[in-house]
Design a protein around this ligand. Structure first.
Ligand code: 4AD
Ligand code: MG
Length: 450
């Protein structure tokens, strides 16, 4: 049985005559005068199962080793009694030497990153990966319930969606050996920065689609919010305007967070206690209140009037720095804030130019407390002529985007969507400060160890 099932069943599940068997890793050993205890965890819940034996029962069992234990379940003692196991028999499956790097003490996150292949056996990473899994399931569930089709867009691509030129190029090891141009069978190819452009193909046939896949950015941003490889959720929807897009993003986030609060109660309580004591309150506030919607120009005016912005003064037309994002979410009482209708000059080529102001695009960034930008999205330019002009004005290779322009030739419709950075989302729902700690095996500048 999984230990979580035993814990969940509580009193009701206890049949003290029945022998149960669990398998897992030893987290804790306590030897007392007459009895001794070990805690075994199989990764299914924050707390493992306490196993009670005679004084010498666990003398050969070491912290970190894998065991199989058999015994009767019973209610423990103390103020808050938990289910525990009265040991009948224990088998060592995999021994663990004393120099096991993950000791039962406090380790820094920096150290744990150095042992990314072992850190998931600890409490914090353990809770995180359960929440990462549950979030994945809930995200698919939301879209499935709302008539979206999941499409798998390619990882290897010829286009540069965000136009930032910060892509990793795909190099064949064969070409490398023969000193040929580093190309994909003779053509340049890159790891995708976003599945959006390809998702638009399927929004133009299936109306509501989404992607959920890995994306890659070569930006040299050595920050707690950037990875070289991260996962993105990108819905793309036909026949919508910006208000619809905002409504969908808000409804989607609230659905996932609301259900996480229920389905991952123990893990969230763990994070609230150990990592960020404001976490649960912040998440409840997020699901209970309507997100603020603020025009970009009003955001800039707000920042200009503020006396607290000291480091980075800001002008109309500028992008927001981390300090500005922080100020805005705090100003509204630590709730999510959409900033809409940004200057066209600082946004990618595909965003739809506003009907009343050609210098503005119909888009949205969602800022959330602690994390900053969590979502970026827009209505897409569906008018052939304007899109073509954008591509030409930016000096992009028109041939590469011929297929994308075609979508505007044949039955073009207003459409839009957004991208949610999955790891930033996980930072938001766990309170973890560094994005490198919310992905199983992180890839960032100067780190690709295995
Ligand atoms: O704002 P971005 O660049 O938007 C897009 O890629 C659009 N094509 C999305 C769309 O409209 N379909 O990225 C979207 C989100 C950001 O808001 C952020 O949460 C996350 O992706 N993100 C990163 N997360 C981790 N590491 C990085 N280097 C990230 N860059 C962006
Ligand atoms: Mg963005």
């Amino acid at each position: 049985v999984r230990i979580s099932d035993i814990r969940k069943s509580g009193d009701a599940g206890i049949d003290s005559n029945k022998i149960h068997k669990v398998k897992g890793w030893v987290r804790n050993i306590r030897i007392q005068k007459n009895v001794s205890f070990i805690e075994v965890n199989d990764g299914s819940s924050v707390q493992g199962l306490q196993i009670v034996g005679d004084k010498d029962t666990f003398s050969n069992i070491k912290h970190g080793s894998a065991v199989e234990a058999e015994g009767n379940l019973m209610k423990g003692e103390g103020k808050n009694p938990q289910v525990e196991m009265q040991l009948k028999n224990i088998k060592l499956i995999g021994d663990c030497p004393n120099e096991f790097p993950l000791q039962p003490k406090h380790h820094t996150f920096e150290f744990l990153r150095e042992i990314a292949h072992l850190r998931s056996r600890g409490n914090t990473a353990g809770a995180l990966f359960r929440m990462r899994n549950e979030s994945t399931q809930l995200i698919h569930q939301y879209f499935n319930k709302n008539g979206f089709i999941n499409v798998h867009t390619p990882i290897i691509t010829a286009s540069d969606c965000e136009g930032g030129g910060e892509q990793f190029q795909v190099v064949s090891t064969l070409d490398n050996k023969s000193n040929k141009q580093p190309h994909f069978f003779g053509e340049p190819a890159y790891l995708t920065v976003s599945g959006q452009l390809e998702a638009e193909i399927f929004a133009s046939s299936h109306s509501r689609v989404y992607t959920f896949g890995p994306t890659f950015r070569a930006e040299k941003s050595n920050t707690p919010r950037h990875l070289s490889e991260f996962w993105m959720i990108e819905p793309e929807i036909a026949f919508i305007d910006l208000n619809d897009n905002l409504d969908i993003a808000e409804d989607f986030l609230k659905y996932v967070i609301n259900n996480l609060l229920i389905n991952c109660k123990d893990d969230i309580e763990f994070f609230n206690k150990r990592i960020d004591t404001g976490l649960i309150e912040r998440l409840k506030k997020t699901v209970d209140n309507k997100f603020i919607r603020l025009e970009y120009k009003d955001a800039i005016n707000l920042l200009k009037e503020s006396k607290e912005i000291t480091q980075n003064s800001i002008e109309m037309g500028d992008d927001l720095q981390r300090e500005h994002e922080k100020y805005i979410t705090q100003h509204f009482g630590n709730v999510p804030v959409f900033i809409i209708n940004w200057p066209k000059s600082i946004k990618p080529f595909y965003m739809r130019q506003d009907d009343s102001n050609p210098n503005v695009v119909s888009n949205m960034d969602l800022l959330v407390p602690e994390v900053g930008e969590l979502i970026g999205g827009s209505i897409r330019e569906e008018r052939y002529d304007i899109l073509l002009k954008n591509i030409q004005d930016l000096g992009m290779d028109q041939k590469t985007y011929e297929w994308y322009l075609d979508l505007r030739k044949y039955g073009s419709v207003p459409h839009g969507g957004f991208g949610l950075g999955f790891e930033r989302f996980l930072q938001y729902v766990t309170g973890l400060q560094n994005i490198r700690d919310v992905i199983p095996i992180p890839r960032y500048q100067n780190y690709c160890k295995f």
